[in-house]
Design a protein around this ligand. Structure first.
Ligand code: GUN
Length: 213
């Protein structure tokens, strides 16, 4: 579960963001971005739009049925149990009023590219390791604008204010590329604090419980 882009990032502590402590009304400017990009509410929190899905199909690498013997037959099939699109691309936006993307994991590694704003990611690895880093453009201070989250690693994200005083103009806009393309079958929300506790221990789970949304 190596990721050079995440190794580049400075690891930071996780503190509950100001946007969860008090309501900061999202500005017209940010609402207009969501409108212009035709974003819709995402079940993780925030807003998204799938902007591209490769028309090519590959075999579903996560299918147990997957064997070389019928590779030839499956690569043009649209049956999602046996095939996947090569890739998908989305915009994802979090705002002052929808400021967290709740903890979930995907089978596939996901390439994230920062477009605007600043935020924090929290990763929980299968062995219980927690890594948190800031996504932003202050590269000299260990912020990153590209980060690849390995498959099978839980991730959550939340908005950070650009200035000391949080503002309705604060937002985090990213692009995400998934290979093979996104399917709900490959996606799983973390369901409970008990589940988190099993991974990271009771104390950490108590501290990070709000990442479950
Ligand atoms: N549909 C619902 N959620 C998602 C997502 O995260 N990515 C893509 N591509 N489609 C989705």
């Amino acid at each position: 579960l190596q990721s050079p882009t995440i190794d580049q990032a400075k690891l930071v502590q996780v503190n509950k963001p100001v946007f969860l402590q008090r309501k900061v009304t999202t500005s017209q400017k940010v609402l207009q971005i969501a409108k212009d990009l035709q974003l819709l509410g995402h079940q993780e929190g925030g807003f998204f739009k799938e902007t591209d899905r490769s028309p090519l199909y590959m075999e579903n690498p996560y299918s147990e049925k997957n064997t070389n013997s019928y590779r030839q037959a499956t690569t043009t099939s649209k049956d999602k149990t046996i095939s996947r699109n090569y890739s998908t691309l989305i915009y994802y936006l979090i705002t002052s009023e929808s400021a967290i993307g709740r903890l979930h994991r995907n089978h596939s590694r996901i390439i994230h590219i920062l477009q605007k704003g600043r935020g924090q990611y929290v990763l929980v690895y299968p062995d219980g390791t927690i890594k948190s880093f800031i996504v932003g453009f202050d590269f000299a201070n260990g912020e990153v604008a590209q980060w690849v989250v390995p498959g099978g690693v839980y991730k959550a994200s939340f908005l950070l204010p650009l200035e000391e005083e949080p503002s309705g103009d604060d937002c985090l806009l990213i692009s995400e590329v998934v290979v093979p393309g996104f399917e709900w079958d490959d996606h799983r929300f973390m369901e409970s604090k008990d589940e988190l506790s099993e991974l990271v221990g009771e104390e950490k789970a108590e501290e990070l419980g709000w990442l479950l949304g």
